[in-house]
Ligand binder design. Structure first.
Ligand code: COA
Length: 156
């Protein structure tokens, strides 16, 4: 049984440790850009700072009290400008599930918690970006109802 709750400063070490899995995936695929996980990549102090950043929501998923995954999202409220109407989005910055717990609904439970938190703020719209190499993440996000809406290109 997976349960998801909002994380607090007392969970900083856990969130820091959970980040290593996604950091490793990024470092393996883009080693010139991402450092391999180590003591300095996403420290408990970094986790505390991120959790304390205004409008950021951090979620911890547990399976029978064992940390299984986490997510960090941001509530973005953009005011109207000359070019854009006002719009609001919950933006997913981090999501990662421990390898041993994958394909058991933990990621889905984290997305559900993010959506619910958005709805509590009156926001239905959730957005994210992901690296193009990450086919597993793409299929996961598609399973959660996300659709491609923007593309980036580079010359590398
Ligand atoms: C992406 C990730 C968060 C998914 O978490 P999860 O707990 O395994 O996801 P769920 O069990 O809720 O999966 C729900 C559905 O998503 C799809 N899905 C998830 N992982 C998939 C994979 N590796 N390949 C294909 N489809 C996948 C499936 O449809 C799955 O349903 P099913 O298991 O009944 O077939 C997890 O694989 C992960 O942590 N990956 C590494 C970190 C990462 O890449 N994060 C995203 C960076 S942007």
């Amino acid at each position: 049984m997976v349960s998801v709750r909002r994380a607090g400063a007392q969970d900083a070490e856990t969130i820091s440790a959970l980040n290593a899995d996604v950091q490793a995936i990024h470092a393996e695929a883009l080693p010139w850009r991402f450092k391999p996980p180590g003591p300095e990549t996403f420290t408990p102090a970094d986790a505390v700072a991120l959790m304390a950043t205004p409008n950021h929501l951090t979620f911890l998923a547990e399976v029978e009290a064992a940390p299984a995954g986490y997510a960090v999202a941001e509530v973005l409220r953009r005011t109207e400008t000359g070019r854009h109407y006002a719009h609001e989005t919950v933006y997913l910055h981090h999501i990662s599930v421990r390898p041993a717990f994958r394909r058991n609904g933990v990621g889905s439970a984290l997305i559900a918690a993010v959506r619910e938190a958005g709805r509590a703020e009156g926001i239905e719209h959730v957005a994210l970006d992901m690296w193009s190499f990450n086919d597993a993440a793409r299929r996961f996000f598609q399973s959660q109802g996300f659709r491609l809406y923007n593309e980036r290109m580079w010359t590398r």
